[in-house]
Design a protein around this ligand. Structure first.
Ligand code: IVH
Length: 676
């Protein structure tokens, strides 16, 4: 009885709010007073807080206004929609510049030219035009695949529906930001938390008539796929966008050199609140399209662009206590419990202290008055201590030398490369011996970038853990749904939804699987590299043999640290058992895009000597783009030794002895050009 009632109550209330919404938004006729409506919304949010599994796409916490639909048809972006790396200060920018200069092998003194553009905090959209007609519009989605929101986008006045300019490409995806001005938001602030949510909620209405009512704006700034485009750089492209009829930012500016970027950023930051829409930083893009192409991408961000964020909001508060959290990798993170304080519209009661060294360096103590900063989606953190306000009796904080979860003696790793101890203290238990680490591992296993089990959030993992339903990742495939149904807040519907999501997650590709099992130092990118190297899942399970693990050293990007960590993972009996069990429950397949074969497929390369007008990193990335592999030793497996200026004689002689093809950089470029 009790168990069903929360779910029943919840869905009844959801139905009611939907009805109210429909009358309010669709028919413009409110059925109840604002107070009654707000109370209903609060009731729903409270139920969701108490029973997190109830939360679903209809939740008012995810939207307000008319129901954003989950029924949009998904469609692939011809060219992925990427994100941007962030820079917070001049040093980050200098590093960004240094990496570009090294990658392109340019002179250190060279001043790079950028297109600087305000980073509008809205929702990005990709608009496909065919023969000048706006044909299809997609949301960003996960970057690879977005939702078809064409009809809603068509209601936006700033989006041209037909373009007849002669130089407009036959097919092009124009990309930009959909947003709402702060002034227009004033009329919607009751229904949405901030302008960005308002734009997102409005854009995802099932009924375009609902979208039309919201004064959405669109500013264009880039393109995805394009058929024939004869434009050499970003600033010319922005000029063209204007000529084609798109709105562009009047603050876009061509700027040379990092110093001038910082000047522009700082000037803009001062006037950011005078502008009628939210701008959270400045995006700098290398202006030349040729250089952009050479620089390419790392993970899911371009090497040729960066977002320079505006500085954060901060406030002063008092540390009430220090909690030690145990992370998935065993890292002990001290978190200051602070007197709740409002920072830029958000109430903050926790602030990270990062690690033990940070506490020692800043001499942070319980009871201290501290400055706390919060920037965008970055976790709030303590920046400084006001020692003048410190109590005489205050004592130094002693970092615990035992894991608060399992009681093991904590350790600090020694880094062989830097010859220094890590700043982070950790619990030495790996895998599943420490309860907290085990639970964090399961959270990671079901998370969005891993198995992506809908409705299986962190709170549910904790609940199931406490109820002793799960102890290891494979336990989620053996859940007793009858028992779950008896838990408070669960009912038929939520259980069958969960069952469906879990079933669906059993099919997984190898790179996601490798990432999901949470080997330390193996993130998404490394998991992809390993999966690409091993090809089929069977080879992954053979890593139990040390020599197979060593062979991963041939994978560019995998170093000693990763190898050590993989060895440690595979030498743990519990981990091996987890793998065995997962193998039984799941269907692991080879990554699809790995089957694509480039020109250099199965060919291995190695470099010796300095290359012309190109860095090693750029040459490597060129080879890898064409499915070639880089190896670090001259051995029988090497197909080509590429020699640059002043090659190492030993390597050349050894290659000659082994009858390996020795080629110049020009010959390598020819190989790529001839076959493409
Ligand atoms: S360029 C690969 N330019 O920022 C280039 N993005 O963090 C990626 N954004 O999803 C996009 N203003 O929503 C670019 N002038 C601008 C932008 C901009 C805002 C947003 C966009 C994107 C996110 C990346």
């Amino acid at each position: 009885m009790v168990n069903d009632s929360a779910e029943k109550k919840y869905f009844k209330k959801i139905k009611l709010i939907e009805k109210y919404n429909k009358f309010y938004f669709d028919n413009n006729k409110p059925l109840v007073s604002d107070q009654e409506y707000d109370q209903l919304k609060l009731d729903i949010l409270k139920l969701e807080k108490d029973f997190p599994n109830l939360k679903n796409d209809n939740s008012p916490s995810l939207k307000v206004g008319f129901k954003p639909s989950k029924n949009f048809i998904k469609a692939k972006h011809k060219v992925p929609m990427l994100s941007l790396s962030n820079a917070f200060n001049e040093e980050d920018l200098k590093n960004f510049e240094k990496k570009i200069i090294n990658f392109l092998s340019l002179k250190k003194s060279e001043e790079l030219e950028f297109s600087a553009e305000p980073k509008i905090d809205g929702i990005s959209a990709s608009l496909t035009y065919k023969n000048g007609i706006f044909f299809k519009g997609l949301s960003r989605g996960d970057g690879q695949e977005g939702e078809d929101i064409t009809e809603n986008l068509k209601t936006i006045i700033d989006i041209p529906k037909k373009i007849s300019s002669k130089n407009f490409p036959a097919e092009i995806d124009i990309r930009g930001e959909v947003f709402i001005t702060n002034n227009d938001f004033k009329f919607l602030s009751e229904k949405f938390a901030n302008p960005r949510n308002a734009a997102s909620g409005s854009l995802r209405q099932k009924n375009p008539k609902e979208t039309e009512k919201i004064p959405l704006k669109f500013i264009a700034y880039t393109f995805g796929y394009s058929s024939n485009i004869d434009i050499k750089n970003q600033s010319d492209f922005l000029t063209n966008l204007k000529e084609w009829g798109f709105k562009t930012s009047k603050f876009n500016k061509k700027i040379k050199g990092i110093k001038n970027l910082v000047l522009y950023h700082d000037q803009f930051e001062k006037k950011r609140y005078d502008i009628d829409y939210d701008v959270d930083g400045i995006v700098y893009k290398i202006n030349s399209f040729d250089l952009q192409k050479r620089l390419g991408f790392v993970a899911n961000a371009p090497r040729w662009a960066i977002a320079h964020k505006f500085s954060a909001d901060s406030s002063v508060s008092k540390i009430l206590n220090i909690d030690i959290q145990v992370g998935r990798t065993g890292a002990l993170t001290p978190v200051a419990k602070i007197q709740p304080v409002n920072i830029g519209g958000v109430v903050v009661s926790n602030a990270t202290l990062h690690n033990e060294d940070e506490i020692i360096r800043k001499d942070i103590r319980i009871g201290d008055v501290v400055k706390v900063e919060r920037a965008g989606d970055v976790i709030p953190h303590v920046i400084s201590v006001d020692k003048t306000k410190r109590d005489n009796k205050s004592k130094k904080y002693i970092f615990p030398n035992k894991c608060p979860s399992c009681g093991s003696k904590t350790v600090k790793d020694f880094n062989e490369q830097t010859k220094k101890y890590d700043a982070v203290r950790r619990c030495p238990n790996d895998g599943f011996q420490c309860e907290k680490i085990a639970m964090e591992n399961i959270k990671h296993f079901v998370s969005k970038d891993a198995l992506n089990i809908d409705g299986f959030g962190k709170k549910i993992v904790e609940k199931f853990w406490d109820a002793k339903f799960i102890k290891y990742p494979h336990d989620i495939f053996k859940l007793d749904y009858n028992k779950i149904e008896k838990l408070d807040g669960w009912g038929d519907l939520s259980v069958s939804n969960l069952k469906y999501s879990i079933e669906k997650s059993k099919n997984i590709n190898l790179s996601k699987f490798i990432y999901s099992i949470g080997i330390r130092h193996i993130g998404q990118e490394n998991a992809k590299l390993i999966s690409k190297h091993l090809k089929n899942p069977g080879n992954f399970f053979k890593l139990i043999n040390k020599p197979s693990i060593e062979s991963l050293l041939n994978v560019d990007g995998i170093g000693e640290t990763q190898i050590k960590s993989i060895k440690k993972f595979f030498s743990n009996k519990i981990n091996l058992n987890v793998l065995e069990e997962l193998k039984k429950c799941m269907k692991i397949t080879q990554d699809i895009d790995l089957k694509k074969e480039g020109i250099l497929n199965n060919k291995t390369f190695m470099f010796t000597g300095k290359l012309k007008e190109m860095s090693r990193a750029e040459a490597k990335s060129l080879i890898e783009k064409n499915s070639g592999k880089i190896i670090s030793n001259v051995n029988k497996k090497l197909n080509y030794l590429v020699i640059g200026d002043k090659p190492t004689n030993k390597k050349v002689t050894k290659a000659k002895d082994l009858n390996i093809n020795i080629i110049t950089q020009d010959e390598l470029i020819n190989m790529l050009n001839n076959t493409s």
